[in-house]
Design a protein around this ligand. Structure first.
Ligand SMILES: [Zn+2]
Length: 318
């Protein structure tokens, strides 16, 4: 079955939902729990965790969690040695960064963006601890939005092969679901196996979406294909304030924001990934929307750099 051709543009919402449900979901989509909007006081037990970066967008609050440290090797850019200026930005052949997850409070929903590494793949990813620190249990998470299905974004959705978030609806771009779960394309077998384990663990509460529609209050999915073939950015907007979570559109920000055409080996379709990077950064640079990513710690505004490319300026007032 090919979901690629079934989109919300060609079918009404209700028909689309029914079609997807009939194909994918043997059981009924679970109703999200209603939970209090205000987080409880920060729990001291998790005081060792760096505070989450918090951005208030009128009625929506976004918390950025540094769920685990990440070191990227320069071998992700096979021709890096041809560019001494870029090499200098990865001293000793490495770039030390992080993997992030986000919690969005919108209305009565507590929305997690990506699952991070968690503990399933041998990394001490701490998304659940971060949630606890802010008074949110795994049971309280009503929705999970995936930017894509790479291991560092989904393994934290499982613990011991079981769903970590028992009440959450898992939202995935129909295109991404089709490539990973239906076709088993684009990545090595072990990663496809993991993605399918996640799909199995959340069976019955997976919601597939197409781009450019509001999928939760104040949250719209944006086509950012290229890193993976269903890679997605999320625009979070309340009134005049907005933030765009760009997923893995950028891995080594100092290099790839300056040279948007420069792809790592992680990009499944490099030409498309480069085009997406330029398009999204160019759009953001002309607005006051904030940018946030999964592998860089800055949240700020995107601006054109005088030497070409783009920079993130640390103005976090949207
Ligand atoms: Zn990643």
């Amino acid at each position: 079955m090919n979901l690629h051709f079934i989109t919300r543009r060609t079918l009404s919402k209700a028909v689309f939902a029914a079609a997807i449900a009939a194909m994918m979901m043997p059981s009924v989509l679970a109703a999200p729990q209603t939970v209090p909007v205000k987080p409880a006081a920060v729990v001291q037990q998790y005081a060792d965790l760096a505070p989450a970066q918090e951005v208030v967008l009128n009625d929506i609050t976004v918390y950025a969690f540094d769920e685990s440290p990440l070191t990227l090797e320069s071998s992700i850019f096979p021709d890096l040695s041809q560019y001494p200026d870029r090499m200098a930005l990865m001293p000793k052949g490495q770039f030390h960064t992080i993997t992030r997850t986000y919690l969005i409070q919108t209305g009565d929903r507590r929305v997690l963006v990506d699952g991070g590494w968690g503990t399933e793949s041998g990394v001490d990813g701490r998304t659940v601890d971060y949630l606890a620190k802010y008074g949110v249990s795994a049971d309280d998470v009503t929705d999970i939005l995936l930017t894509h299905m790479d291991v560092d974004h989904i393994s934290g959705l499982l613990h011991g092969g079981k769903a970590v978030y028992p009440n959450a609806v898992l939202h995935i771009a129909a295109k991404e679901y089709n490539r990973w779960i239906v076709q088993g394309a684009d990545r090595e077998a072990e990663y496809i196996v993991l993605a399918r384990k996640v799909a199995k663990a959340y069976e019955g509460r997976i919601a597939l979406f197409d781009y450019d529609e509001e999928i939760l209050p104040g949250i719209t999915a944006r086509n950012a294909n290229g890193h993976t073939m269903g890679h997605t950015c999320y625009d979070v907007t309340s009134g005049n304030k907005g933030l765009t979570i760009v997923g893995d559109m950028i891995h080594v920000a100092p290099i790839q924001m300056r040279h948007t055409e420069y792809c790592s080996v992680y990009d499944v379709d490099p030409a498309l990934a480069a085009q997406t990077r330029e398009r999204v950064l160019s759009e953001l640079s002309r607005t006051d929307r904030l940018i946030a990513g999964m592998h860089f710690p800055q949240i700020g505004k995107v601006r054109k750099d005088k030497d070409g490319g783009y920079v993130v300026v640390s103005d976090t007032k949207p």
